[in-house]
Design a protein around this ligand. Structure first.
Ligand SMILES: Cc1cc2nc3c(=O)[nH]c(=O)nc-3n(C[C@H](O)[C@H](O)[C@H](O)COP(=O)(O)O)c2cc1C
Length: 380
């Protein structure tokens, strides 16, 4: 096998090793996928100032995100169904993040439960919350995250309703997968994946099964989840969630300066500029393009992070240069997970850290906390 040198290498391997419906679930955006594509191309349009003959020795990528020490300002974003990309995927990703010294955020729609991840890791992780109509279930979920010693709650605010992804409908995506002939042939053909799945009991939504009355079997699950996202979620609920949780709160999915001001007033510890990786409003701008106006709106005393389209360390560097104090990667680590399990997630982090480190040096800096927009090339 050729050496893996970039995230694209992991994506190619991931496509070979994981059944089509789960590959498509990751590698797609809503409707025409224009926002999904723009998230990536917008980074390419930003150019950096190359500096020379400055001391580039002894560099550091270490910094903090919400007061937590991180080996680089990159967290693993919450990704639903991670445990269908690789057996016990959430545990594998959390372990890789822990070893690398970056935060891992577990999705509400994970396959491994909060308790599964807590039992198999020793550093606290973050928990991402989707708010459902069943508020008793949500209260219990928040309490379970507290009991598992999660160090932050990330409330996703851009998914009261679901964006439409054509491929998921055409593939009949469901958890667990429907036993159609096409799905069975595809799953058996991915032998490494199939053996892993046969070897784990974790194949349904771990945070839900057994925790709500209507869902005792996996068959009830798909219906329950689609019916449950609460379209009435609003700013008053943020206050309720903040009070119930009582710890660090991160709001994910802000794309508008006006919403950013409201988010800052809500008392959130960090806000994430995110269009959900181009999976919700197709036609929204790239998240990196939305970042500067949001930073202008909330000021530098608030932590503002960004995700969407980050595939390289150069992308992370550009996000920091435009004022973000942290970033998250979604697909970049899922490609690694599907390709090579925990080792692949570690590889994705190594690739990004190495690129970030060298980019910082090429731009004449040695400390990631010193990056400002002075590194952006503004034309001749
Ligand atoms: C397959 C997939 C599933 C996702 N599931 C969730 C989720 O359960 N909760 C959430 O807040 N965001 C979810 N997201 C969005 C990610 O947290 C993140 O915002 C996005 O992946 C960033 O874009 P990137 O993949 O280009 O890095 C998901 C993204 C993908 C690709």
């Amino acid at each position: 096998m050729q050496p893996i040198t970039c995230i694209e290498d992991l994506r190619v391997l991931y496509e070979k090793r994981v059944p089509r419906m789960f590959y498509d679930y990751t590698d797609s955006g809503s409707w025409t996928e224009s926002t999904y594509r723009d998230n990536i191309t917008a980074f390419d349009k930003i150019k950096l100032r190359q500096r020379v003959l400055v001391n580039m020795d002894n560099r550091s990528l270490s910094t903090q995100m919400i007061g937590q020490e991180v080996s680089m300002p990159v967290a693993l974003a919450p990704v639903g169904l991670t445990g269908m990309q690789h057996a016990d995927g959430e545990i594998k990703a959390a372990k890789a993040a822990e070893k690398f010294g970056v935060p891992y955020c577990l999705s509400t729609m994970s396959i491994c439960s909060i308790e599964d991840v807590a039992e198999n890791t020793s550093s606290p992780f973050w928990f991402q919350l989707y708010v459902m109509r069943d508020r008793t279930f949500i209260e219990r979920l928040i309490d379970r995250a507290k009991a598992a010693n999660c160090s932050a709650l990330m409330l996703t605010v851009d998914l009261q309703i679901l964006g439409q992804r054509h491929k998921d409908i055409k593939n009949g995506l469901s958890t667990p997968p429907k036993p159609t002939l096409a799905n069975l042939i595809n799953m058996v053909a991915k032998i490494r994946w199939a053996l892993g799945m046969l070897g784990t009991p974790r194949r349904g939504f771990g945070n839900v099964i057994g925790h709500v009355n209507e869902v005792d079997s996996r068959g009830d699950l798909s219906r329950w989840t689609t019916d449950q996202f609460d379209p009435t979620l609003n700013w008053d609920d943020v206050k309720w969630i903040k009070d119930r949780w009582g710890g660090k709160l991160i709001l994910k999915g802000i794309m508008d300066a006006e919403d950013a001001r409201l988010a800052a007033h809500s008392g959130a510890d960090a806000i994430i500029v995110s269009n959900h990786g181009g999976r919700q409003l197709d036609g929204a701008p790239a998240s990196i393009d939305a970042l500067p106006a949001i930073i202008d709106a909330v000021g530098t005393e608030h932590e503002v992070w960004v995700d969407g389209g980050i595939r390289t360390g150069q992308d992370v560097f550009k996000a920091l240069a435009l004022g973000a104090t942290g970033t998250m990667i979604g697909r970049a680590y899922i490609y690694g997970l599907g390709a090579m399990g925990e080792e692949g997630v570690s590889k994705s982090l190594e690739v990004i850290a190495n690129e970030l480190d060298l980019t910082m040096a090429f731009c004449g800096l040695r400390d990631i906390r010193k990056v400002t927009d002075s590194v952006i090339w503004k034309g001749v």
